[in-house]
Design a protein around this ligand. Sequence first.
Ligand code: FAD
Length: 462
Amino acid sequence: MDILDHDRIPLHHETDVLVLGGGSAGCSAALAARMSGAASVTLVERAGFPGGISTQALDTFYGFFTPGDEPRKVAGGIGDRVVDALDAVGAIFLRPNTYGAGTGVNYNPERLKLVWDELLNEAGVRTLLHTHLVDVEGSADSPEAVVVWSKAGFSRIRARVFIDATGDADFCHRSGIACETAGEKEPAQTMTTTFRMANVDLEAYRQAGGKQMLMKEMARAVDEGVHPLPRKEGSVHRMNVPGCISTVAVRVAGFCATDPEDLTAAEQEGRRQAFIYEAFLRDRVVGFAESRIIGLSSSIGVRESRRLEGRYRLTRGDCLGRATFDDKVLVCGAPIEDHRRSEGGGEETHWAYIPDNGVYEVPYRCFLPKENARTLVAGRCFSATHDAHASCRSMAQTMAMGHACGAAAALSLEDDVALPDLSMPRLQDLLRRQGAVLEMPESVADIRPDGWAGNQSTPTIP
Ligand SMILES: Cc1cc2nc3c(=O)[nH]c(=O)nc-3n(C[C@H](O)[C@H](O)[C@H](O)COP(=O)(O)OP(=O)(O)OC[C@H]3O[C@@H](n4cnc5c(N)ncnc54)[C@H](O)[C@@H]3O)c2cc1C
């Protein structure tokens, strides 16, 4: 969009593949690009650590397994590599069939920061933390370079392929590539400040009824008006650290995640609610009397903001119709899980399941902008409607999106073809060889709460 005088900004370096945003999608894209042969890959991340929401706010990967009594493992590749690395240091456990979304892989988020660091370094990715994308040089149909800002000032990075994995589609927005803003067409999903508490007596909590007791107490507290909780639901689950729990309970609605004043208000409201929950838990829930908050998510969790309007837009019909596509690059079996404000001003979660615990396929075109042939868009800003996004946003899928986009970027350079003209059988074959899952497995997944049997064919990172 050229808001800055680019002629006066020094060139920092040139790279083959430039990944913008180091969340679960961006880290996976950078790893996959190197793993698939790209000679130089740069990852730009504004925070001081990689992982995005996976390390800022959360501790459970969903989307690896389909829900139901006969779960299938429907994601692998880079995602497996990440879970294997966590498993090797005892930093995971499996939570069978939690909240109807299928088995979750619980991990230690602080350890995950280190795992992402190590994988990126081993793979030879040039990572720039504390570095913000602020502008794009060129136009929507011909991006040439980005302008980044860090404590060293402004600088430019030129690239042959750009992967926008900023979650908020910042690269697309700045270059003029068409995006939809959450809330424009359907109500945007709410935001959540997650928090962690220590010194919880989990055995007493379990014996007193666990989740069922919690739900009853929440409803009672809301009805009595003693603790002004924003809603009667919320996930409280044990962490990878003894005596600690983490939550997805706070709900902040009605703010725009790309407006700084709104985002400030949302952060403040999220913190305010977290301590209302703390007071409620200590007061009303068995096992919590001596507990305290020990950490809030470092940023409020944003479920949706901007999304690409790409060459294909995944729809609710695709999810619930178990759609198939010739250019599939991943599959998803996660239900539509839509957190929104109810008409009465409260909070509800709408669920819709993929029929027969099946999967739908996600086409490569969901990651391709219409405007140019040198950009891919991975992760939660991919091209989908509000509903389809609410199903396909789990981290096993955002890692699979990053994997597919990184591999596609490397192949397009190797074959010297534009991204939209890439041979799909060739890309799909490469992804399968790297352990990605592109079709529903026949065998039921081997799920053991304290084990991980995900690494049928873990990819090698050079
Ligand atoms: C509250 C909440 C609960 C959720 N619960 C679960 C769950 O339990 N399990 C699950 O699997 N999924 C869950 N999800 C969904 C899932 O976490 C996200 O969809 C997924 O993590 C998105 O990954 P991403 O890499 O696309 O985006 P992000 O994780 O948002 O990563 C984007 C990255 O880009 C960086 N960035 C942004 N703008 C710039 C810029 N201009 N310059 C440089 N860097 C930039 C950010 O700092 C960030 O690191 C939840 C989401 C939320 C918000």
